[in-house]
Design a protein around this ligand. Structure first.
Ligand code: FCB
Length: 454
């Protein structure tokens, strides 16, 4: 199953999850969050993580050995601006060295400007509750682009505003750990505003060949029946989980049904100021699609009853347990959902090019006595999902690339180091890297630009 020529094959990471070297940057909300007992499994944090900051040349060499065409990483705002506002040149310099190293090995850098590690100093001033944070983000984006724009063509503003806003300020399972559904909606709006302001500011100073994107996480709903009530449960989930973010980015504003579903929280509409929706609708060149698993949903009789799902404002439906085979995280493995999602996005976004910006699975990996990691389940996950992408392309969907999550086993947020997603195993005592069998499989896919049929 051959892929188009120039199809981009990559692997992804994010700053807080791998860099470590916490002493060389400002505090982020994840440092604060991790310091509270019970927030993160095992009391872990990202202060050392994979120590990628000090080992990046070795890590880039491994990427090159695997034949990666692209590396998606995130820039740590508190490393570049410890207080969220003033530049620390040595912080920015790390990314400059990383980018040079990647380019020297023929790997395209795909930076994301925000993957959840907000400077704590900005959180102290309101964080994403505050519109000012969107302005600060655009200023920070310009500073990074000024320094690296001569060497980088493709830019992503924000990764998964859903998680940063809804899990950070709604369910509280992510930093900063706030549990206020209305605040979560306001925070989400300000993330979208930050994205739009950054795209506008960067485009104004960009070369004509530079492109701008954002990455959204999609968990398409699958219902346990086909009745109108089931269809309504699907609509509600997709509305708040998926279209909440997508519609405004596409320049369509928030959809009527989305506004109606969250109206009882009386939070979103007061936060929308004149001109915001035009800013948020700034044209993007491709959409990053992060996909791991679908969500099973079912209606509940009382439409006003709150959902068991921690989505702000969601009522009248529940999430059902995932169906096996599951990953170590308990996530379902349903590759056909990825094909369906890409096809739906292709039509819903009027043919906007798509990049699968994250896809992968955690399993309990061990280094065997033979020195290898025989992660056959991950290989099967990648194979089936890459085939699913191929099916979408065959049906006419414009997919530019596929980015495996993750390059390295890393700090998996509130799950600490318990969930290994890497193509490369990391021993968190010695920090030794071991290339897993799944990475060798992926490397073959890349070199043939094709995946074996299932
Ligand atoms: C995504 C995140 C990424 C990682 C994977 C497993 O939601 O963007 O950082 O945690 O899930």
């Amino acid at each position: 199953m051959r892929f188009p020529t120039r199809f981009l094959w990559g692997a992804g990471t994010s700053s807080y999850q791998i860099e470590g070297a916490a002493a060389g940057r400002g505090e982020s909300i994840w440092d604060t969050f991790c310091a509270v007992d019970g927030n993160v499994l095992g009391g872990d944090d990202g202060r050392i993580a994979c120590d990628h900051y000090n080992r990046y040349t070795d890590d880039v060499r491994l990427m090159s050995e695997l034949g990666l065409g692209a590396y998606r990483f995130s820039v740590s705002w508190p490393r570049v601006m410890p207080d969220g506002k003033r530049l620390a040149p040595e912080g920015l310099d790390f990314y400059s060295r990383l980018v040079d190293e990647l380019l020297a090995r023929g790997i395209e850098p795909l930076p994301t400007l925000f993957h959840w590690d907000l400077p704590q100093a900005l959180e102290d001033e309101g964080g994403w509750r505050s519109r000012d944070t969107a302005e600060r983000f655009a200023e920070y984006a310009v500073v990074v682009h000024d320094a690296l724009g001569d060497r980088i063509r493709q830019w992503t503003t924000i990764n998964e505003p859903f998680c940063s806003a809804f899990l950070g300020y709604g369910s509280g399972v992510h930093a900063p750990g706030v549990r206020e559904p209305g605040t979560a909606l306001v925070a989400a709006h300000h993330h979208l505003l930050a994205h739009g302001r950054a795209v506008t500011a960067l485009r104004a100073q960009a070369r004509p060949d530079q492109v701008f994107a954002l990455a959204l996480n999609f968990a398409p709903a699958l219902a346990d029946g086909g009745s109108p009530a089931h269809l309504e449960a699907v609509r509600k989930w997709n509305a708040i989980h998926n279209r909440f973010f997508l519609d405004p980015v596409l320049g369509r504003g928030y959809a009527e049904d989305v506004l109606a579903d969250v109206a009882h929280l009386d939070a979103l509409e007061p936060a929308i100021k004149d001109g915001d929706l035009e800013v948020i609708g700034a044209k993007i060149d491709w959409l990053g699609v992060n996909f791991y698993a679908p969500t099973r949903v079912t209606p509940i009789d009382d439409p006003a009853q709150p959902s068991n799902a921690p989505l702000p404002g969601l009522r009248g439906m529940n999430v059902l347990p995932a169906r096996g085979p599951l990953t170590a995280f308990g996530w379902e493995q349903t590759p056909s959902s990825l094909t369906d999602l890409l096809q739906w996005l292709h039509s819903y976004c009027d043919g906007l090019p798509l990049v699968v910006a994250e896809n992968g699975a955690s399993f309990e990996d061990k280094v065997s006595p033979d020195g290898h990691v025989h992660d056959t389940q991950r290989t099967a996950y990648f194979a089936s999902h890459i085939r699913a992408v191929h099916d979408a392309i065959e049906s006419g969907v414009d997919v530019l690339g596929y980015v495996a999550w993750s390059l390295l086993d890393n700090f998996e947020w509130s799950m600490g180091y318990s969930q290994r997603f890497g193509l490369i195993h990391v021993d968190f005592d010695s920090l030794r890297r071991t290339v897993k069998d799944s990475a060798r499989f992926y490397s073959e896919v890349i070199s043939r630009n094709a995946v074996p049929a299932g």
